[in-house]
Design a protein around this ligand. Structure first.
Ligand SMILES: Nc1nc2c(c(=O)[nH]1)N[C@H]1C(S)=C(S)[C@@H](COP(=O)(O)OP(=O)(O)OC[C@H]3O[C@@H](n4cnc5c(=O)[nH]c(N)nc54)[C@H](O)[C@@H]3O)O[C@H]1N2
Ligand SMILES: Nc1nc2c(c(=O)[nH]1)N[C@H]1C(S)=C(S)[C@@H](COP(=O)(O)OP(=O)(O)OC[C@H]3O[C@@H](n4cnc5c(=O)[nH]c(N)nc54)[C@H](O)[C@@H]3O)O[C@H]1N2
Ligand code: SF4
Ligand SMILES: [Mo]
Length: 763
């Protein structure tokens, strides 16, 4: 893949930062925004972002404070970059596709493709053609409908959704897929928080987090585990600052000493501009990669032993008795874990763990927040189950200031699931669809992202429709995935910007350009708004403010409605035309199908919207037994042969998922290069590799296939011993398709066994 990258190997390295945000953040945000668009459009987007009647930030899923408590600038550096990357004034036109063949575009970097600007009209690549050519909407959707109808079975089609898609369009897409006859609805959650959902569904009976922003503010102790909020959820730092101001404490657990976990300078407060800022982590645990299960098991053992020594003083027996099952087996299991193994797995000393444990004992209200550092490991699900055990021991579920907090990625990734985008929606949801729309949805579970790739590779799936993402670059084993896509009869993408999924395509390919969050959306009945659900289950409206990027764009709702009509026909039960004309009619349907959405149209009109109830906060655990479940989680350590490292593939500060904005990672001190691998200097010495050596990353896997990512610069960095870190998506080529988390099937993007070899070719 090296030909796809920018020749930007002008790597300079500065010491990692020990604080996040502050004034440089504002400067960088404005620099990127003004590089994309005018002062006027930048001002329009930034004044409206995250305001009660404005545009929901298209970045991450961190919630906004209640309407009365919002700042005038309720956004972060990266939120400003994300929205102006969409609001860019640059345009990709039919001329552009005439000038550049698909092969030529495929040779360009992900960065370059994105920098070309907004897509402006529908395009088609016909079988055997070398270029995309213009096609009108009618013909494009007719073509797609014809291909869908020609399949031997609806299960030969895949409908991929990423978390930028709004609720209304997501509801329609799953409705269309199921009315057409398949549950093949892979989504970006399959690659992201699937392990969280799997672990919490089993133990708590619900896949969603239980805490609100108020809980964060009033908690006594917050764990931030396997997460880099300074880059990926920047306004979480303002929330943690408030926790600290209210006397709460923070423990950060990470394989890297991320700047945002250390100290935060609020860019919009005088103290943040001139002062030293706020210390975020009271204690930092520099854990070994994959060691978190052992850490929480160790804390659980200490709590159980303390209870043995002074019965009735440590555990919340009332909670355990009233609301849980499986305690005795769990306790017996957790008591057996040995300190030797814990030390080996975590790299932490007994004293460090003891100090955390004492903080836990002093705290009445504890929250654990986590993200990809837990979910994308082979034992991600058991690790999160052990986190649930830990919280339940002292009754830290379902009361104010306490609970589980999986911090979601995309702004509406949680909402898309609520709307039914999941290959295995429960039967009660399918029954509700049947009651409302009068057809019987298929009950056989559909394909997730990894199984979808297998199906395309093995010619079992032939038509792929992707909405709001970049499937080819988001998924593992790039060589395999690319071949799988190229085998399809038809690949189609509803997108705002050009990306690799448009250049790696099937026999026929369609680019269906659409409105973004920031664009005004006017339909037959007038101006429309859409809705989203954030990481804390707050549902609210978002209204685009800018003139659409092109007069030829259709909204996602319009594209999906028209496609559905072309494929299935318009019936009184499925009035696609009405849905397109008035999104309020979609919300009426949602209110009758999806629990918690009664009176949707009225309630979402309130400033700030409404919060979906989480049953665990009312002491209800919708598991089969009606109780929360303690689990026994086998103690696992990643198996890394001598001379190898456990590589994590993560985000730099200057990218949105598969899309790099610039080759910089300011907080980690990496400038002008993305093909770098961060390794502990002591590991480098043991491996006989020098700082700045040029290496290939070679991943080893049981199938014997050699997966290689070429020409990376080694940077000595305080990564925990035995681990390494490189950016995604350049390293996806190294993640074997079969290397997935147990139970959740999430690719192990944070646990890839690699060795560093001297570069085969000069970069
Ligand atoms: N600016 C920006 N914001 C984003 C995104 C983006 O691309 N850019 N993406 C969005 C999306 S979709 C998501 S899912 C989130 C992702 O948010 P994060 O999960 O913060 O994203 P990653 O960059 O993958 O970082 C993983 C973190 O886990 C740590 N880690 C890795 N392995 C381990 C381990 O074994 N144990 C522990 N304790 N820590 C470990 C890494 O050092 C790193 O700090 O961000 C969202 N927000
Ligand atoms: N190795 C490795 N792989 C990973 C990860 C990792 O940490 N390591 N993280 C995984 C995670 S957590 C996730 S969530 C996935 C992300 O995977 P995806 O969500 O599939 O990827 P994105 O990069 O967010 O998709 C970007 C594209 O979305 C389109 N887009 C943007 N806004 C809109 C919009 O409003 N409407 C429409 N229709 N299109 C829009 C644009 O065309 C843009 O090019 O990647 C996963 N892959
Ligand atoms: S924290 Fe997330 S949602 Fe908030 S402004 Fe930043 S990127 Fe947007
Ligand atoms: Mo994600």
């Amino acid at each position: 893949m090296s030909s796809n990258e920018d020749p930007s190997d002008n790597l300079t390295v500065t010491p990692p930062k020990t604080w996040a945000t502050g004034v440089p953040a504002v400067t960088h945000a404005l620099e990127y925004s003004l590089g994309q668009t005018s002062v006027r459009r930048t001002a329009l987007t930034l004044l409206n972002i995250n305001q009660a009647k404005g545009i929901d930030c298209p970045g991450c899923a961190w919630p906004e404070p209640a309407p009365g408590k919002r700042h005038m600038n309720e956004y972060c550096e990266n939120g400003a970059k994300h929205i102006n990357d969409e609001a860019t004034s640059r345009r990709v036109t039919a001329d552009f596709f005439r000038e550049h063949s698909i092969a030529e575009l495929d040779g360009k970097s992900d960065y370059w493709l994105n920098q070309q600007g907004r897509l402006t009209e529908p395009m088609v690549k016909r079988p055997g053609a070398t270029h995309y050519e213009p096609i009108d909407w009618d013909e494009a959707l007719g073509l797609l409908a014809r291909e869908l109808k020609a399949l031997a079975s609806p299960d030969e089609a895949l409908f991929y959704v990423s978390g930028r898609l709004n609720n209304e369009a997501a509801f329609l897409l799953q409705l269309f897929a199921r009315a057409y006859g398949t549950n093949n609805l892979p989504d970006c959650s399959n690659l992201c928080h699937e392990s969280s959902g799997a672990a919490m569904q089993e133990t708590l009976g619900t896949g969603k987090g239980s805490v609100s922003l108020d809980d964060i503010h009033t908690s006594d102790l917050i764990f931030v585990v396997g997460q880099n909020p300074g880059t990926n959820h920047p306004r979480m730092l303002s929330a943690l600052e408030e926790t600290k101001r209210n006397g709460g404490q923070v423990v950060a657990v990470n394989t890297l000493p991320e700047a945002g976990l250390m100290r935060f300078k609020h860019p919009q407060r005088p103290r943040g501009v001139v002062g030293r800022g706020t210390t975020i982590a009271d204690q930092f645990l520099h854990i070994r990669a994959g060691g978190d299960l052992a850490l929480f098991q160790a804390l659980n053992r200490l709590l159980l032993e303390a209870e043995d020594a002074a019965p009735g003083t440590v555990l919340d027996h009332e909670f355990i008795q009233a609301h849980t099952t499986g305690f005795a087996d769990f306790a017996e299991h957790a008591r057996k874990v040995s300190w030797e193994d814990i030390h080996e797995a975590t790299g932490l000393s007994r004293e460090e763990i003891q100090a955390v444990y004492e903080r836990v004992l002093r705290s009445r209200k504890v929250i654990v927040c986590w993200a990809m550092g837990l979910t994308q490991h082979k034992h991600g699900v058991p690790t999160i189950r052990e986190v649930v055990n830990f919280l339940m021991l002292r009754g830290n579920i379902g009361r104010p200031g306490a609970g589980v907090c999986p911090v979601r990625g995309h702004s509406n990734v949680q909402g898309d699931r609520t709307m039914g985008v999941w290959e295995r929606m429960p039967q009660r949801f399918l029954d509700a669809l049947e009651r409302e729309f009068g057809f019987t949805p298929p009950t056989r579970h559909g394909l997730d992202a990894v199984n979808g790739i297998r199906a395309m590779y093995e010619d079992r799936a032939k038509v792929f429709l992707g909405v709001a993402g970049n499937f080819v670059r988001a998924t593992p084993d790039s060589a395999v995935t690319e071949e799988a896509m190229r085998k399809c009869r038809l690949t189609a993408h509803i997108s705002t910007k050009l990306n690799r999924s448009h250049t790696v395509c099937g026999d026929t390919a369609l680019i269906l350009p659409t409105l973004g969050r920031s664009d005004r959306d006017v339909q037959a009945t007038g101006e429309q708004f859409i809705t989203v659900e954030d990481s804390m289950s707050e549902v609210h409206a978002s209204r685009g403010k800018l003139p659409p990027a092109s007069p030829h764009l259709l909204s996602e709702v319009a594209i999906i409605s028209r496609l559905a009509r072309r494929t299935l026909g318009q019936t009184p039960a499925l009035p696609w035309e009405d849905f397109e004309a008035d999104y309020g009619t979609i919300r009426d349907r949602i209110s009758r199908v999806v629990p918690g959405f009664d009176d949707f149209n009225t309630r979402v009109a309130e400033p700030g919207g409404f919060r979906l109830p989480n049953p665990v906060n009312s002491g209800v655990f919708p598991t089969p037994s009606g109780k929360a479940v303690f689990t026994c989680n086998a103690f696992t350590m990643p198996d890394v042969p001598k001379g190898h490292l456990l590589l994590q593939t993560l985000r730099s500060h200057d990218q949105w998922n598969t899309i790099p904005y610039a080759p910089n990672d300011r907080y980690r001190g990496i400038h002008n290069a993305r093909r770098v691998v961060l390794v502990n200097p002591a590991d480098l010495e043991a491996l006989g590799i020098a700082d700045r050596d040029e290496v290939d990353l070679v991943s080893i896997w049981r199938d014997g296939t050699e997966r290689r990512a070429e020409n990376f610069r080694v940077v000595g960095y305080p990564a925990s011993r035995g681990s390494a870190a490189s950016y995604y998506p350049e390293t996806n080529v190294l993640v074997p398709l079969d290397s997935v988390a147990d139970i959740s099937n999430c690719p192990t993007s944070k646990g890839v066994v690699v060795r560093l070899e001297p570069a085969r070719t000069a970069g």
